[in-house]
Design a protein around this ligand. Structure first.
Ligand SMILES: C[S@@+](CC[C@H](N)C(=O)[O-])C[C@H]1O[C@@H](n2cnc3c(N)ncnc32)[C@H](O)[C@@H]1O
Length: 383
């Protein structure tokens, strides 16, 4: 059946942005490039036992919210795989896929219209890692080693980053890989492995102004990459955080959420594995705050959390480590604020927490990465 061309009716959006359909034999089929409600001519590319994958060859009946992709490298670069859908369709697709994911993984029925906050669909991205081809920076073509030298033309990058990537300063750097960050105010900083300490201090260090607070960061560490929508997430996190004796910010990066919330708390603990964040967290957090550079799961296991702690977790895409989840379930914690960049691992973690008495009180999305299937989420759990 491989390579076979078939006509498929797309039933809904799947997690990851593909269209979802069924083959005649009942197997699920994930169709790249197809949108909900469309009828497409597709080619099967992967014919698994339980499900198949296909790519769209031709749209026979199109969704009225289909758009012509803006980027000429759309099908090669693979970075912004949803450019063929309008922003409003991207958001309704994400909502549908997340409802499905929570139903399947956590047996939770989300409100069909749960909020998804959004901002600019283009020129929003403030942080990027790029690779050097001969005389330009670019991105990998799909999963290959080939670099398409188009980073300065990337339409989701903020204009200051596009401009920097074609500047003499950037192009003269002797590196194959560069991390670049724009602070929301036009200032570009960068980091590459092997840069001298002097160059690091001059070129990598920077600061960002968010919700009236100056946060120090640098281009080598994690920082949220949609700075125009970030204040909305910060506002919601502030609104849902109940004030307690102690605030614990787990997976804190440079102490981001702790720095924004610290005025309401007597005691602050920020925990982050990346030791490079320590110098910055010391600048960002008040003198009485404690910054611990160790895995969040180790800290949780040693410090069984009580119910007078306000706890925020913001783990990477992989979600909470098993041992962290176990420690949370064993603790006396009654409320958890979970910021997530991956709805699938969030649903998996919520499922385990729900088996241990937590209920999902609130779930909201933040379209931090338009044109891609990725979404930032805020969840509040209570028991
Ligand atoms: C999604 S970022 C969030 C950072 C921060 N909350 C912010 O908004 O800037 C996740 C952070 O978790 C850190 N990290 C990853 N695994 C970790 C672990 N097991 N324990 C502690 N920190 C970890 C990463 O270095 C990264 O800084």
């Amino acid at each position: 059946m491989l390579e076979k061309e078939i006509i498929l009716k797309i039933e809904k959006a799947a997690q990851g942005g593909d269209g979802f359909s069924h083959l005649q034999d009942g197997r699920a089929c994930f169709v790249q490039g197809a949108l909900p409600g469309e009828t497409v001519l597709a080619k099967i590319t992967n014919n698994g036992k339980d499900f198949a994958k296909a790519i769209t060859l031709k749209v026979l009946e199109k969704n009225p919210l289909r758009e012509t992709p803006r980027c000429p490298f759309y099908e090669r670069c693979g970075g912004c795989s949803l450019q063929h859908a309008s922003l409003s369709l991207q958001i309704s697709m994400a909502r549908e896929a997340i409802c499905d994911t929570f139903r399947r993984f956590a047996h939770i029925t989300l409100p069909e219209n749960f909020p998804i906050h959004f901002g600019n669909p283009w020129e929003y991205r403030n942080r990027i890692r790029v690779l050097k081809a001969k005389d330009a920076f670019g991105f990998r073509e799909g999963a290959s080693h080939h670099i398409i030298p188009v980073a300065s033309k990337c339409k989701v990058l903020v204009p200051a980053l596009q401009k920097f990537l074609e500047s003499k300063e950037a192009l003269s750097l002797k590196t194959k890989e560069l991390q670049v960050f724009e602070n929301g105010n036009g200032a570009v900083s960068y980091f590459y492995k092997g840069m001298s300490q002097k160059e690091f201090l001059e070129k990598a260090n920077t600061s960002v102004e968010i919700a009236g607070k100056k946060i120090y960061t640098d281009a080598s560490v994690f920082f949220q990459s949609n700075l125009s929508l970030l204040p909305v997430l910060v506002k919601r996190v502030k609104e849902v955080t109940e004030v307690n004796t102690l605030l614990v910010d787990l997976f804190s990066g440079v102490g981001f959420f702790a720095a924004l919330l610290e005025d309401s708390f007597e005691k602050i603990v920020a925990v982050e594995r990346d030791a490079n964040c320590l110098r910055l967290a010391n600048k960002n957090l008040k003198a009485s705050a404690t910054f611990v550079s160790e895995p969040a799961e180790d800290w949780l296991e040693k410090n069984i959390v009580s119910n007078d702690v306000s706890l925020i977790v913001d783990p990477p895409r992989t979600g909470l480590p098993q041992s962290a989840l176990k420690a949370l379930c064993k603790s006396a914690l009654s409320r958890l604020i979970y910021v997530s960049c991956n709805p699938v691992t969030l649903a998996r973690d919520v499922s385990l927490l729900a088996k241990n008495g937590f209920t999902l009180d609130l779930l909201e999305g933040f379209a931090f990465y338009p044109q891609t299937p990725h979404l930032e989420m805020l969840a509040v759990l209570r028991r």
